[in-house]
Design a protein around this ligand. Structure first.
Ligand code: NAD
Ligand code: IPM
Ligand code: MN
Length: 356
């Protein structure tokens, strides 16, 4: 197959991990006889420095002309001034919006060999297999925002808005995924307080009742969900929630497998290219040291091959190699528990060699 893949390395550890993802894509192309045209484009803080824009138009054009995009991460202390005209994160939010990527799939699974890397006890986490659907182009991230005068100085506001259609489409995708898994769907909201969550719940209830009556379905309030995720993660199959709740819950859930550096994600729209990235950020505290875990990004390439290119065998090959790598005891620093560890590039070498 011929495919056009865009890489957006970004900032901090972004370039360090994306280059490992690129090597994996190249290894897959060689092994399975595909021809991937891979090009790199700027996004984030480095794009602000070089072009005065966290998402330059040529980057948008390249993404729109591609079949799939692999992104590292954006942001860092250099661009954190709260009074700055723009921010690296704006680039990421804008590319998600430009491409209509409303569904962010975040699988949370544990690897048996790695269970001891989790701060949570083995009997609680072993066997966890959750698929989060985080709504990605709506909610408080995209509502009206600003500042206005206030008696005490000024005040700032962010509106949280969801429409019926926005809830329907992401709940529908999540419910379809649940049908192909263990048949259970959990919708997470804050309907005891927020009007927007009451609409969310009404719509989710109706879509499931009318279109997916066979699913086991429950609604859980987000504060309680934060607890249930840690105390009984194995009870969840597919979880669907809004933009900010999904952001927070999945970073917390990364402690089930043991590290943020293990979790990939896929951002999908109704058509066009998908965007694949680790759920973690640019990790400025470890950038430039060649110690970041590249496995989240490598697993994101598997999602890319599966969801945007329909290459299931290739995706599975990568996931199997990652599992074998962990089984063989190879660890980056974040999952080494203070023991011996390999570098980012060495972990890339180990995966690529096994693929070859
Ligand atoms: P972060 O996810 O970058 O890091 C949180 C912690 O996890 C850090 O201690 C970091 O070292 C560790 N970590 C993250 N990825 C790792 C990996 N692959 N291997 C080993 N350890 C890893 O979150 P943060 O520090 O709160 O944010 C830093 C910057 O990243 C901010 O500017 C933020 O806006 C940005 N950010 C970007 C994205 C994205 O581009 N998708 C996502 C989250 C945060
Ligand atoms: C993520 C990040 C982003 C988000 C930021 C950097 C805009 O935290 O991808 O999870 O909040 O969506
Ligand atoms: Mn996040």
């Amino acid at each position: 197959m011929d495919a056009n893949i865009v890489l957006l390395p970004g900032d901090g550890i972004g370039p360090e991990i994306v280059v490992q993802g690129k090597r994996v894509l190249e290894a897959i192309a060689a092994k399975f006889g595909h021809s991937f045209t891979i090009s790199e484009h700027p996004i984030g803080g480095n794009a602000i420095d070089d072009f005065g824009d966290p998402l330059p138009q040529p980057t948008i054009d390249a993404c729109k002309a591609s079949q799939a995009i692999l992104l590292g991460a954006v942001g860092g202390p250099k661009w954190d001034d709260p009074t700055a005209k723009t921010r690296p994160e704006v680039g990421l939010l804008k590319i998600r919006q430009e491409l209509g990527l409303f569904a962010n799939l975040r699988p949370i699974q544990t690897w048996d060999e790695l269970v001891d890397a989790s701060p949570i006890r083995r009997e609680i986490v072993a066997g966890t297999d959750i698929l989060f659907f985080r709504e990605l182009t709506g909610g408080i991230y995209f509502g009206d925002s600003g500042r206005r005068p206030h008696a005490s100085g000024e005040e700032a506001y962010n509106e949280m808005v969801y429409s019926t259609g926005e809830v329907e489409r992401v709940v529908r995708l999540a419910a379809k995924a649940a049908q192909t898994r263990r048949g259970k769907l959990t919708s997470v909201d804050k309907a005891n307080v927020l009007e927007v969550s009451r609409l969310w719940r009404q719509v989710a209830d109706r879509v499931v009742k009318e279109e997916f009556p066979d699913l086991e379905y429950e609604v859980v309030l987000v504060d309680a969900m934060a607890m249930h995720l840690i105390s009984r993660p194995k009870d969840f199959d597919v979880v669907v929630t809004g933009n900010m709740f999904g952001d927070i819950l999945t970073d917390a859930a990364s402690m089930l497998p043991g590290s943020l550096g293990l979790l990939p994600s896929a951002s999908l729209g109704s058509d066009g290219p998908g965007l694949y990235e680790p759920i973690h950020g640019s990790a400025p505290d470890i950038a430039g040291q060649n110690i970041a875990n590249p496995l989240a990004t490598i697993l994101a390439t598997a999602m890319l091959l599966r969801h945007s290119l329909g290459l299931e065998d290739e995706a599975k090959a990568i996931e199997d190699v990652v599992a074998a790598t962990l089984k063989a005891g190879h660890r980056t620093k974040d999952i080494a528990g203070g023991g011996a560890f390999v570098s980012t590039t060495e972990m890339g070498d180990i995966v690529v060699n096994q693929l070859g």
